[in-house]
Design a protein around this ligand. Structure first.
Ligand code: ATP
Ligand code: MG
Length: 577
């Protein structure tokens, strides 16, 4: 049985009539419902999505975006987009722009509430001053190593810094001079004065400010001290009047510190922090640090490589925002970490595209077929329905002529049992066209490879015509050689061979070296002339494909997913149909 799992589809909130209390299997909503009923935060719901602009967003972030913006939407509240941009060394405007684009593309709107922690640098500094004045922070001169050494361990209490009992005046003076740039990088830090023997390591006088001369993408060289994430994050939430600070489980142990900070300075709050399990997806990695390595070390073609689990990669691959939101809804929220099988994500996009994507014919590995009894110069224009699942999508015209191409593996010279495609002397139907019969096989003399088939067609069997309803077992897709367009098709496989690449000592040891196959002599039906970048199709019998938005000079298709629903198979194997 696979380790990967997906919780049952989350249900709508259910109203329990006996208590008139709204309950749902989404524990976050249950907490919020309770707050709505008790009037905590005056019935206000204000959430935020707070990325650090140090990489591109991935599907895990999509879950967080979906939860934060989704809850605001559902409870008629507000959701901010805030960049927690406190570490200029790792940050870049390129990431800010991509994050904004991704959130919008997913279908969410922060309206006029786009914020940056860096906008609060002055206020945050003043909060530092307030802590010092209250005797709750001090300037420490232990170096990084010593700070770590003094912190102790889970089993041993920490040791107090020799600088811990400086006077308020001295601390104020030093903090001010840190800001003025009087001291070298790393020579001093501002630390909270809490409890070096706390069972929670985060409460052992955590560092709040560091000296670091680096140019910030927004504040330039105005600052040479920067707040730590754990200081800036909860206080930024408080400044913005956030009511529900929804984050991932690893921040559970930081909550006491966050509450301590917010209640120690002059600001409203704290919000209710609610932790949920982060999304892990099989056959991929999800940390920005690791994704960055894949990009920088050239394992992929950039952050938006269609094999990446980034939102921009999924977009380029051809995923729809609807399918990603549907995925986020169906995986639900939980308190325990688990791994979702990537086949489930593929299942969601397949379901979405089954109804939406027009069906067309494309031959990925062409084999020439000459229909000997079809007139040389004749072209018939056939009617082909665009999507039997959605009849309102209508039909299109397809030319048929004497020379067509079919898929190489739709022909076998010596067919095994149950092979209902073409073989010598056999008949098949060409989809939307005629029944043809294979009369002769032409091979390359030197290699023995089959290079052409000579066939005949039965003019009485045109699709849709009410003449002879003769049936054959196989139906093949095809294109008219004279009319088809040449295209490149990229077939993707999982980036990693193992379900959980993080299990290995080095995650890169499990990289799938065959994750990209480029087919460069594909033929697609002429209807696809001028197909817009990003448009999606079902290639009959092959899968869903998207016109690569980054290759505008020629027709390139990315395979989004095959038609084979591995998820359904996994479900069946597990016995839950
Ligand atoms: P990573 O660990 O991938 O580098 P991060 O947590 O450092 O991600 P942030 O930019 O800080 O990335 O994340 C913004 C928000 O997205 C945070 O609230 C974080 O909890 C949430 N988030 C990040 N990864 C996931 C995930 N895999 N599943 C759900 N939420 C996530
Ligand atoms: Mg983070």
């Amino acid at each position: 049985m696979s380790k990967s799992e997906v919780p049952e589809k989350s249900k709508e909130g259910v109203r329990d009539m006996s208590t008139t209390k709204t309950t749902s299997n989404n524990f976050i909503k249950n907490i919020i419902n309770e707050h709505m009923e008790t009037g905590k935060y005056g019935g206000r719901i204000h959430t935020r999505f707070p990325p650090e602009p140090n990489g591109y967003l991935h599907i895990g972030h999509a879950k967080s975006i979906y939860i934060n913006f989704g809850i605001a939407e559902e409870y008629k509240g507000l959701c901010n987009l805030r960049f927690d941009d406190t570490n200029p060394i790792k940050e870049d405007v390129e990431f800010i722009e991509s994050i904004k684009e991704d959130v919008k593309w997913l279908g969410f709107d922060w309206e006029d509430r786009l914020y940056y922690a860096s906008d609060y640098f002055e206020r945050l500094y003043q909060f530092g001053v307030q802590l010092i004045e209250a005797g709750k922070a001090y300037v420490c001169e232990l170096n990084q190593e010593k700070v770590k050494e003094y912190r102790g361990t889970l089993t041993e209490p920490g040791k107090e810094s020799p600088y811990r009992n400086r006077s308020v005046e001295e601390n104020l003076d030093l903090f001010e001079r840190m800001r003025q740039g009087e001291f070298a990088d790393g020579s001093k830090v501002l630390r909270a004065k809490i409890d070096m023997s706390s069972g929670n390591l985060n409460m052992r006088d955590p560092v709040l400010y560091r000296i670091q001369r680096s140019t910030h993408h927004r504040t330039g060289d105005k600052w040479c001290i920067y707040p730590m994430y754990d200081f800036a994050h909860p206080l930024s939430d408080a400044i913005e009047g956030i009511t529900h600070s929804i984050c991932t489980l690893e921040f559970e142990d930081h909550r006491p510190l966050y509450e301590w900070l917010v209640s120690s300075v002059n600001v409203e709050g704290p919000p209710q922090q609610i932790e949920f399990a982060r999304l892990n997806l099989s056959h991929t990695v999800m940390s920005k640090r690791k994704l960055r390595q894949l990009v920088e070390e050239g394992y992929v073609d950039g952050w938006n490589d269609p094999r990446m689990p980034t939102i921009s990669g999924l977009r380029r691959r051809g995923y729809t925002p609807e399918s990603i939101r549907d995925f986020c809804e169906r995986i639900g929220v939980a308190k325990a970490n688990s791994m979702v099988n990537i086949a489930f994500l593929e299942h969601c996009v397949r379901e979405d595209l089954n109804k939406r994507a027009p069906r067309v014919m494309a031959v990925l590995r062409p084999l020439k077929v000459v229909i000997e009894n079809y007139p040389e110069d004749k072209v018939e224009i056939l009617d082909a329905e665009n999507n039997p699942e959605s009849p309102e999508m209508g039909s299109r015209k397809m030319p048929f002529s004497r020379v067509v191409n079919i898929e190489q593996d739709d022909f076998l010279e010596e067919p095994p049992k149950k092979f209902f495609r073409l073989a010598p002397g056999r008949e098949v139907r060409l989809k939307h066209a005629y029944i043809i019969k294979c009369e002769k096989v032409i091979k390359d003399e030197s290699t023995g490879e089959v290079i052409e088939l000579r066939c005949t067609y039965d003019p009485e069997t045109r699709s849709g015509a009410s003449t002879v309803g003769r049936k054959v077992k196989g139906t093949l897709h095809w294109v008219s050689a004279e009319h088809a367009l040449r295209a490149d098709v990229r077939i993707y496989d999982h980036l990693f061979t193992k379900e959980n690449p993080d299990e290995a000592h080095d995650f890169k040891a499990n990289i799938n070296t065959d994750s990209l196959e480029t087919l460069d002599s594909c033929l697609v039906e002429p209807h696809l002339e001028g197909a817009k970048p990003g448009s999606r199709y079902q290639f009959l019998r092959q899968g869903y494909f998207c016109v690569d938005p980054d290759s505008s000079d020629q027709l390139v298709f990315n395979r989004i997913v095959s038609l084979k629903d591995t998820w359904a198979k996994i479900q069946k194997a597990q016995g839950n149909k």
